[in-house]
Design a protein around this ligand. Structure first.
Ligand SMILES: NC(=O)c1ccc[n+]([C@@H]2O[C@H](COP(=O)([O-])OP(=O)(O)OC[C@H]3O[C@@H](n4cnc5c(N)ncnc54)[C@H](O)[C@@H]3O)[C@@H](O)[C@H]2O)c1
Length: 270
């Protein structure tokens, strides 16, 4: 029996097969969850419908999280089709491309508002709206963060600030929803080549560096994130809430990078 057998999961943020949300959907499907999907813009509908079909689902609905009416409509859609909900996967972030070019000091007021609205407020809005559907079901919510929330990652800029706010939001929401028996956690994922990632100036260099210096010396996969999301949304994680779990092959534990090669050269001469 799968770890998520009998659970109904809403998956947001699938844009294509490289999306982290796709990796999560794959793992959830393997573990027996029923899936429903949202897409942000009409342009994405066809692809998301095809992807949903691959997971045996025809529950697909538009939800641009910057629009309150879309969020309300999403609730109506789930209410009509399922009547209840066990899991929400929030895998959404956005900031205008220009915001990744200079430094944080160059952040525009509009860019800041958009980044915070789409990447942070959306988690609050979705949680509040969908909460009644989770009543009595010990629901679980998972969102996606990145190390740029904790430390300076050049050019990640306003998204680093948004991710710090997102991680804090997870803790506050964890407190709020605990009284309903629900949990919420964040996965801080290592870099993955996705559409969103390519907005970040110099992303390939970031990816190269992170891959080289993490203890395993390899990149993470969307399946690594998916399998962690399964655990966090399963009953096995029943006492874990408000947590930020790093799925980064251990990158975040490192204090100094590249010393191994320097030491080898100096001490052993190779
Ligand atoms: N790729 C990485 O290296 C990485 C690392 C850590 C965390 N993350 C986070 O993972 C999450 C998913 O990103 P991804 O890397 O899979 O990229 P992605 O581009 O595949 O997914 C981002 C999703 O956000 C959706 N989105 C943007 N604006 C929206 C809106 N207004 N309404 C609804 N949806 C909207 C897009 O349609 C897309 O599906 C994001 O929160 C991202 O910050 C990514």
């Amino acid at each position: 029996m799968g770890l998520l057998e009998g659970k109904r999961a809403l998956i947001t943020g699938v844009a294509n097969e490289r999306s982290i949300a796709y990796g999560i959907a794959k793992s959830f499907h393997r573990e027996g969850a029923q899936l429903a999907f949202t897409y942000a813009t009409p342009k994405l509908e066809k692809r998301v419908r095809e992807i949903a079909k691959g997971f045996g689902s025809d529950l697909v609905v538009k939800c641009d999280v910057s629009l309150d009416e879309d969020i309300k409509n999403l609730k109506k859609f789930l209410e009509e089709n399922w009547g209840s909900l066990d899991i929400i996967v929030h895998s959404i972030a956005y900031a205008p491309k220009e915001e990744f070019k200079g430094g944080v000091i160059d952040t525009s007021r509009e860019g800041f508002k958009i980044a915070m609205d789409i990447s942070v407020y959306s988690l609050i809005a979705l949680t509040r709206e969908l909460l009644p559907l989770m009543e009595g079901r010990n629901g679980a919510i998972v969102t996606l963060s990145y190390y740029g929330a904790e430390k300076v990652v050049p050019h990640y800029n306003v998204m680093g600030i948004a991710k710090a706010a997102l991680e804090s939001t997870v803790r506050y929401l964890a407190y709020d929803i605990a009284k309903h028996g629900h949990r919420i956690n964040a996965i801080s994922a290592g870099p993955v080549k996705t559409l969103a990632a390519y907005s970040i100036t110099g992303f390939h260099l970031l990816m190269e560096h992170t891959t080289k210096v993490n203890p395993f010396g390899k990149p993470i996969t969307i399946e690594d994130v998916g399998d962690t999301a399964v655990f966090l949304c399963s009953d096995w994680a029943r006492a874990i809430t408000g947590e930020v779990v790093h799925v980064d092959n251990g990158y975040h534990i490192m204090g100094v990078f590249g010393r191994e090669e320097e030491i080898k050269k100096e001490v052993y001469g190779d």
